[in-house]
Design a protein around this ligand. Structure first.
Ligand code: MN3
Length: 203
């Protein structure tokens, strides 16, 4: 057992009415834990890989043994993505980023509203399961992208600054098929402090 469920810094019902308590509980305890269990099981077959950071494994999937490559990609990606996802939300979140991050968002997208609109569109139009991201790309520029399944931007050497999970397990109990309602609500719980911390590291 090398990877563990990170602590959640708020209660399951803390993000209501935007994210319901039952969804939070199942998402965290069942879905995230399953990614961790499957990742650990895969790495148990290759103990030396347990000393490699998850970011390194994801960036160099080609050098991961083929029989566990898909497991590492899906479950390692799932663990990396969800570990950040919980920190990207907080009760009383939302609003707009300030400081250097706010300035860079305005410079890159024209305005925060346009950045939010682009990310909302990426999240809405991601077919099937996946994520939409605000990332800092290899050229050091902010960009909106989306990925399928549990693929992480880290796989292409791109740093995720903010991500929204648009798998149905993230919203179906409360929003059913209305993904856009979930996305719209989610902006009210975004924890810009976490985004700012991540941006300080990559800028
Ligand atoms: Mn999820």
């Amino acid at each position: 057992m090398i990877y563990h469920l990170p602590e959640l810094s708020y209660a399951y019902d803390a993000l209501e009415p935007y994210i319901d308590a039952r969804t939070m509980e199942i998402h965290y305890i069942k879905h995230h834990q399953a990614y961790i269990d499957n990742l650990n099981a895969a790495l148990n077959k290759y103990p030396p890989l347990q000393n490699t950071s998850l970011a390194e494994l994801l960036l160099n999937l080609d050098s991961v043994p083929e029989d566990i490559r898909s497991a590492v990609r899906n479950n390692g990606g799932g663990h990396a993505n969800h570990s950040l996802f919980w920190r990207w939300m907080k009760p009383g979140g939302g609003g707009e980023p300030g400081g250097a991050l706010g300035a860079e968002i305005a410079r890159a997208f024209g305005s925060f509203a346009q950045c939010k609109q682009q990310m909302t569109e990426a999240a809405k139009s991601r077919f099937g399961s996946g994520w939409a991201w605000l990332v800092c790309n290899r050229a050091g520029k902010l960009e909106i992208i989306s990925t399928a399944n549990q693929d992480s931007p880290l796989m292409s050497g791109v740093e995720p600054l903010l991500g929204i999970d648009v798998w149905e397990h993230a919203y179906y109990l409360q929003y059913q098929n209305k993904r856009i309602d979930y996305i719209t609500a989610w902006w009210n719980v975004v924890n810009w402090s976490t985004v700012d911390i991540l941006y300080q590291v990559v800028r």
